[in-house]
Design a protein around this ligand. Structure first.
Ligand code: PMP
Length: 358
């Protein structure tokens, strides 16, 4: 069989989403996972609940009551509907599938989460990426102009943005939603670490869909994300959702997780205060340009991103080198905020490189 005669040429030309394997005992700070694990007591309790999960059955539409629990946790309006996904990644794909066909257009900001563009390509959509300003703030004029010119069916805005972490003014995003002719997906993967959210507005207009995930708040391994939106749009989204897309074990573990909100909130708050502590320290080094962050990571520009990436790896720490990902990310790296002692290791490596010369 000639693969190049069978498989789509655009797929053959693509590179797969790269997940870097961490060397053994490595401190993995490239993927915005939470560093906090359950205690032995909580593990034992979870194990009991997993043992009683009916894995011989498909999950039911009520998904063990998880949507209802999420509704209570994040506070959304009565009429809003929730669709679960295997990570918000799946929902990004499904929302693209909902609107994507040759001739339709996706608009996003650049740099942002790369999977928006990849999905646009999968579904033959025209892709319009509007560059952010150099300080990674949103260029509202450019976005509004692009909306007028391209009339996109689908807009993705990561709020806060990845890989920059920089928050956008809510009023700017509101203007984008008002001007949009189609769906606007506000991807709040990092929403828990920010003081701004569109969740209270989700469900009020057909245009707005808010995406959230459990991945960044402690449960990346569960692969549970959710879309909140207007019932009619969520009704259409269900049509493109594979049957039984969630698995029973993840649903059980996610429900368990939400029964302990204090575990989640305590660690979110710790990461938020560590983020500010790290940013304060980083700002004292003149060679480091640290950007504002409302997420669980910090993006910064350094004299030589590859050298910093290598220095970290030499200390068994894996960070993300963003240099080359997008022209605006020249010499930038992104580092997940971790536990205080681990953050100290990161700062220690940087101190060696930049501390003495300021
Ligand atoms: N949206 C954004 C902005 C992200 O950065 C990520 C993951 N890095 C995702 C969505 C996907 O998250 P998940 O599938 O784990 O929910």
């Amino acid at each position: 069989m000639q693969l190049n005669q069978i498989i789509r040429p655009d797929v053959l030309a693509m590179t797969a989403y790269k997940v870097v394997e961490c060397p053994e005992d490595c401190l993995k700070l490239d993927a915005m996972e939470s560093p906090y694990e359950y205690s032995d007591e909580m593990r034992a309790e979870l194990a009991k609940q997993l043992a009683h999960t009916p894995i011989h059955l498909y999950p039911t539409p009520k998904a063990q009551g998880l949507p209802q629990m999420l509704r209570e946790r994040v506070g959304i309006v009565e009429q809003a509907d929730i669709v679960l996904g295997a990570g918000s990644d799946e929902l990004i794909r499904l929302l693209t599938m909902l609107t994507g066909q040759p001739g339709s257009t996706m608009l996003t900001l650049e740099p942002s989460f790369v999977m928006y563009r990849v999905n646009a390509e999968f579904f033959g959509m025209k892709y319009v990426g509007v560059p952010l300003n150099e300080d990674f703030s949103l260029n509202l004029t450019a976005v509004l102009e692009a909306i007028t010119t391209h009339q996109p069916q689908l807009i993705f805005i990561a709020y806060p943005n990845n890989p920059t972490g920089v928050p956008f003014a809510k009023t700017d995003v509101e203007q984008i939603i008002a001007a949009a002719p189609g769906l606007v997906v506000i991807d709040e993967a990092y929403g828990a670490f920010s003081s701004h959210t569109f969740l209270p507005e989700a469900g009020l207009s057909e245009k707005l869909v808010v995406l959230r995930t459990l991945s960044k708040i402690g449960f990346a391994g569960l692969r549970v994300g959710y879309a909140v939106g207007h019932p009619q749009v969520m009704h259409e989204l269900r049509k493109v959702t594979p049957p039984y897309n969630m698995n029973q074990l993840s649903l059980t573990a996610a429900k368990f997780a939400l029964q302990y909100p204090q575990f989640i909130d305590e660690h979110i708050n710790k990461q938020k205060s560590e983020r500010e502590r790290m940013r304060t320290m980083l700002k004292t080094w003149s060679q480091v340009q640290v950007f504002p962050s409302e997420a669980n990571f910090i993006t910064m520009r350094v004299p030589d991103a590859q050298a910093l990436w290598q220095a970290m790896l030499d200390h068994n720490i894996l960070i993300k080198n963003l240099h080359g990902v997008h022209p605006l990310l020249e010499q930038c790296v992104r580092i997940t905020v971790s536990k205080p002692e681990q953050n100290q290791l990161v700062l220690g490596v940087m101190q060696q490189l930049y501390g003495t010369q300021s």
